[in-house]
Design a binder for this molecule. Structure first.
Ligand SMILES: [Zn+2]
Length: 76
């Protein structure tokens, strides 16, 4: 993974990861009454704070309930 990502705002190349919310800002599946859910990890520029990436920390949490939601994948 030799990605030399740059910040869109300032062109900085120093990034840091952080967690969004420490317990109360978890991502939870809509309609599901999950106890834990998953935290959100953000990668942000250390220079200006621009968030360059945002992801769910533990997507596997949601895999258990795959099929509950109906995603339509028709590309008409
Ligand atoms: Zn920046």
């Amino acid at each position: 993974m030799g990605s030399d990502s740059k910040c869109n705002k300032c062109g900085g190349t120093t990034f840091k990861e952080g967690m969004l919310g420490s317990g109360h800002a978890n991502v939870k599946e809509i309609g599901m009454n999950l106890q834990s859910g998953s935290r959100v990890v953000v990668t942000f520029c250390l220079e200006c704070g621009e968030i360059v990436s945002m992801r769910v920390a533990y997507p596997e949490v949601f895999k258990r309930s795959v099929g509950a939601a109906s995603f339509e994948d028709g590309d008409s």
